[in-house]
Every structure is written in C-alpha cells, then in structure tokens.
Write a protein that binds this ligand. Structure first.
Ligand SMILES: Nc1ncnc2c1ncn2[C@@H]1O[C@H](COP(=O)(O)OP(=O)(O)OP(=O)(O)O)[C@@H](O)[C@H]1O
Ligand SMILES: [Mg+2]
Length: 405
C-alpha cells in the first residue's frame, strides 16, 4: 500500500516547526546564560504574536536539560489575576514538579509533620510537603517562599550534585501584573524573591516569555529589573532563513512536491518573514499542490484565497472582540506611514482629522490604546510609544475596509 504524503508544515500556537529556522544567535545567547554560577542575568524572550517565542522556549528547554539544568514552569493564564498568594502556590507547584522525587528523610525534627510515602520510610519534597514547609516557615509570604526555594536548592544539591541550577520559565508572562487597585503585587514579589535568592548564590533563573509589553511592565514594577534581565527580542526571519523555513520541511521529508523559485519568493514576500504566516501559507500551498500534482504543468500559489483563509483563522477572532470605535481607531493607525514601527498618540489624533469620521482626542486615544493593549493588539514600549502587537495587522485592516473613506 502506498504511504500517504503528509503535510509537514505546522501552523499553530506552540507547535514545533518541522525546521526551526534562524534563532542560532538567540540560542547561543541563552546558552551563555547557563554558564553563570551566580545568577546575575535572567532572561526575557519577547516579540510579536506568532513570531516563534513559545517554540523557541521549547528549544531552550532542550539546551538547558542537556547542560544539566532543571526546568519547570508553565503558561501564565490571562484569566486569573495573580495575587501574591496565588503566585506562591504556583511557584511551589512548579518547584514540586522537579523536586518530588527527592528524598528528604534525613532532615531531623522538621520531618515530624511530613507525609511519608506509602512505605512509610522515605519523605519526598513533593507538593504536599512543600506546602507544609511553607506554612511552617516564619515571616511574610515572600519570606516563606524564599525559605522554600533555598531549602529546595540544598536538597537538589545533595541529591543531584551534577545539577547546575533550575530554570523557572513562564510563557505569556505579559499577563503578570501588580494590581494597585486590589493592592496585590505579585510581579514585584516575583522579582524581589528571585533577586534575593540569587544574591545568596542560589542558581534559580527566571525566564519570562511574552509580548513586548512585558519589558515595560517589569521596569515599571521594579526599575532594577532592567539590570536583572537579558532581553532576547525575536524579529521576523531574514529572507535567507524564511527560505529555509519554507524549503527544509519538504526536503527533510523527501516529499514529491517542491515549491519553485516563484512560489518561494511569493511566500517570503507575503509572509513578511513571520514564522506563523510562513507555516500557514506553506501548509495551504502544499495541500493545493498535492491535490493537483498529477497535472503536469507548473502550479502557482493561490495567494488570494490563502490570505482570505488567514484573515479568518488568525485575524478575525482578534477583530471580533473589539468595538466599532476601537476598529475605527485601528483603521486610522493603519493609515499612518510608520504604523509598522512605532507611533504616538499625537500622530493618531492628527491623522484622524484627515478622514470623514468623528476625530479622536488625545485622552480618548490614550484610554483606547490601553484597552487595545489589554486585548493584545497594541503594546506600549518603554519609551511610551505604541506599536501593533500582531504582525501585519495594518494590512489586514486595510483589506477589511477597502471601500471606506
Ligand atoms: N524559527 C522558526 N522557523 C520556522 N517556523 C517557526 C519558527 N518559529 C516559530 N515557527 C512556527 O510559527 C508558529 C508560531 O510559533 P509560536 O507559537 O512559538 O509563536 P509565539 O511567538 O509563541 O506566538 P504567540 O505570541 O501567539 O504566543 C508555529 O506554527 C511554529 O511552528
Ligand atoms: Mg506563544
């Protein structure tokens, strides 16, 4: 029986690409951070939606484990406002993922309250026992957490002397916040706790990954965080790397289908080098070519229909959740010459006067930009300027409104 030809491309949040193009420099920079014995620099991975942060994090994990680091962490969920208490619970749960196999039976009188395992002899540093230690430790929540982390490192060192350190990796970390209103300061606490234990020589490293708002948020929370992190800002792929992202997957799989030069160049141009768009366009193109591959003439990429599908699957959901007035504001921004880089409130206000719409005032724009930031469409950089958080959003907007004005 003939084996079916599988489509090798993987458009999808966090789906490992068939070939990870570019990013050698970022991997090298991350590997350097692993050489630290005393942690001075932690790591931020940031970039626009779909640029490849999550899959790079997976690659970092492989590198870290190879270098004998432990790795734990997860995605920060947007829906729950993280209080200090929840953050502690979270970190302890993450810690227990890597320590629950460690036997701590030799720890004298503290052991009395611990829950022994089934055999009744060994006591493990599992979640339950970490919670117990936490409750029992003196001081504020942050003191308790520091104590737990210090204690865990002693145990790791004793049980696994080859281990160089532990990485706490959090994806979608732009959702981490302090909430003045509720007087909860989870982000500040996270930074303080890690800075404090790192000063004591405990090699626990923070790796925060998320949209570019992340960096501004950290600095806002604690000015020293600027010195605490190395920032890896992921850009779109160069033309050379885009080409590899397009061609390698079919070469690796020995697919009977090949993209010709014209198709490759069109995909590079249309995708703008954004990894998600590359995967998406290639997957669609591959399917079309596969169906028509018995026809012996050269095939072209049906780019218009692919873009319509991309609008539906990638952009439409983000567009649907905002109000008409917010769409109008984004439409104005999409007309700015510099909309693909950064723009200011003043530029938007002046641009809005050129069209037959109710013009926008400065404070209104300010306010709307912050709700659009919360929706993940816009971000404010550390110099107070704004950018689109979604690549090619301007082109999508103009595609939606071609008959306006
Ligand atoms: N270097 C790369 N080479 C080829 N494809 C890539 C590369 N990086 C990411 N991709 C592909 O791009 C898509 C998006 O990747 P990923 O989910 O990691 O992006 P992200 O930055 O985490 O997005 P989001 O901000 O939405 O979480 C995936 O389909 C992935 O396979
Ligand atoms: Mg991601």
């Amino acid at each position: 029986m003939e084996t079916p030809i599988l489509n090798p491309y993987r458009p999808g949040a966090g789906h490992a690409p068939p070939y990870l193009a570019g990013r050698e420099q970022e991997i090298e920079n991350f590997a350097k951070l692993l050489d630290q014995r005393i942690i001075i620099k932690n790591c931020i991975v940031t970039g626009l939606r779909g640029v490849g942060k999550t899959v790079l994090l997976d690659e970092f994990k492989t590198v870290a484990i190879r270098e004998e680091w432990l790795w734990t962490g997860n995605e920060i969920s947007e829906s729950v406002a993280l209080t200090e208490g929840r953050l502690c619970t979270r970190i302890m749960a993450d810690l227990s993922m890597v320590t629950s196999g460690l036997s701590i039976k030799k720890i004298k009188e503290e052991a009395i309250g611990f829950t022994p395992n089934e055999t009744g002899t060994d006591i493990f540093l599992n979640h339950k026992n970490i919670e117990f230690l936490f409750q029992d430790a003196p001081g504020l929540e942050s003191d308790k957490l520091k104590y737990i982390l210090e204690y865990a490192w002693q145990q790791i060192k004793q049980n696994m002397p080859q281990i160089k350190g532990l990485i706490f990796a959090y994806d979608e970390a732009q959702s981490l916040s302090d909430y003045e209103k509720n007087k909860t300061y989870a982000l500040t606490m996270l930074l303080d706790v890690f800075q404090s234990i790192q000063r004591k020589g405990i090699p626990f490293m923070l790796l925060l990954c998320g949209l570019p708002t992340l960096q501004a948020k950290l600095i806002e929370s604690r000015t020293y965080s600027e010195r605490m992190f190395t920032v890896l800002l992921l850009h779109k792929l160069s033309d050379k790397d885009s080409r590899l992202a397009i061609t390698k997957p079919i070469e690796q799989e020995n697919c009977p289908i090949r993209f010709n030069e014209i198709s490759i160049n069109l995909i590079i141009k249309t995708s703008g080098g954004y990894p998600y768009f590359i995967q998406f366009i290639c997957k669609e193109t591959f399917d079309v070519f596969l169906q028509q591959h018995s026809i012996s003439k050269e095939l072209g990429v049906p780019i218009d229909s692919i873009m319509l599908k991309l609008d539906d699957e990638f952009f439409a959901g983000r567009w649907a959740i905002i109000t008409d007035r917010q769409r109008e504001l984004l439409w104005v921004i999409a007309h700015l010459e510099n909309c693909e880089e950064e723009f200011t409130v003043q530029e938007i206000v002046s641009e809005s006067k050129k069209y037959q719409i109710t013009a926008f005032g400065g404070s209104q724009v300010n306010q709307m930009l912050s709700s659009l930031t919360a929706n993940g469409l816009i971000f404010k950089n550390r110099f107070g300027k704004y950018s689109f958080a979604v690549p090619q959003l301007n082109e999508f907007i103009l595609r939606q409104n071609t008959n306006r004005q």
